[in-house]
Write a protein that binds this ligand. Structure first.
Ligand code: NAD
Length: 281
């Protein structure tokens, strides 16, 4: 039966390490989280980010715009944060109300302050192996794989899902860690067979328990990025956890796996951005 990878504990250690490093600085790295409107899930995320940032010693605050805010209002706010020397990291919480185009907002963020790593400049740096800001969720998955003691060099890694914010950067990071990477998606001919070959399986599709037990190879390390509600309203991942448990060597639970790592990596990115911007590299 699989070892359960405790993302909460790994994230706590990562945050404690960041707090120690920040305590030794002569400034507090600044994070501004921007929320527009009243999306309820965003409210929870934003509060958690703010709380974790303050606890680790960041100068963090949330700026909340009303649901009717215009795109130009948000662009002006981003511009002000771009030029504010106290601000090292800017995060605009998605989704945005329909009158605001997220791609316009992301493009407006100074790439040096883009702690989500979504700006085209940071995406380009990732694929050209330059030092930039890496999206938080795939970065968190790499931390978990290392903590789980996974041998990455030469390992067959399968990434399920090809989104801009998880699947694509995830595959890139695994490739840079010398895995043999396969990306699978909704047009893949035999998803189950591809997944079964994986020594490292990362699921990021957003479909409750799509990955069944017999999709998991014996001894695989399974990282479940999905956060979904099933028909009964229960929070579940993209992997049928109970079915995967007897076959996998290690697996992340939902909740308590990848989720806490995403916030910890946001803070790690903010510290990295602060050190780079302020010439501490
Ligand atoms: P997305 O919807 O942008 O992308 C999903 C990807 O999965 C797409 O590439 C799509 O082609 C593929 N896909 C969809 N249905 C499929 C199917 N039936 N078979 C094969 N491939 C299929 O989603 P996302 O933003 O990448 O997020 C994925 C999941 O991860 C969601 O559940 C989301 O809530 C979760 N998530 C969690 C965190 C975290 O902090 N843990 C962060 C981001 C996203």
């Amino acid at each position: 039966t699989a070892r359960i990878i405790d993302g909460k504990a790994v994230a706590e250690r990562l945050r404690a390490g960041l707090a120690t490093r920040i305590a030794g600085l002569h400034f507090r790295p600044g994070l501004r989280v921007v929320r527009v409107g009243e999306d309820p899930a965003s409210g929870v995320y934003v509060r958690n980010k703010d709380r974790a940032a303050l606890a680790a010693g960041f100068d963090s605050s949330t700026i909340h715009l009303p649901a009717e805010a215009r795109e130009s209002d948000l662009l002006m706010l981003v511009e002000n944060l771009n030029i504010d020397p106290a601000v090292d990291g800017i995060l605009v919480q998605l989704p945005l109300p329909p009158q605001i185009r997220p791609e316009m907002v992301i493009a407006a963020i100074d790439p040096a302050k883009d702690v989500d790593g979504f700006h085209t400049v940071n995406a380009g740096k990732l694929v050209t192996r330059q030092h930039g800001l890496v999206p938080c969720t795939p970065k968190g998955v790499m931390h978990l794989l290392r903590e789980a003691g996974a041998t990455l060099r030469g390992a067959r890694a399968v990434v399920l899902g090809r989104s801009q914010i998880v699947g694509r950067p995830m595959a890139q990071l695994l490739l840079d860690a010398d895995c043999t990477v396969t990306m699978v998606h909704s047009n893949t001919r035999d998803l189950a067979a591809e997944c079964r070959r994986a020594e490292i399986l990362v699921a990021a599709v957003g479909k409750p328990e799509l990955v069944r037990g017999d999709w998991v190879g014996e001894g695989a390390i399974v990282i479940d990025v999905g956060i979904n509600r099933n028909a009964a309203g229960k929070l579940v991942g993209d992997v049928a956890f109970a079915e995967a448990l007897p076959r996998a060597a290690a697996i992340t639970p939902v909740p308590g796996g990848v989720g806490p790592m995403t916030i910890a990596c946001l803070l790690e990115n903010t510290l990295e951005a602060a050190l780079a911007r302020r010439g501490h590299t």
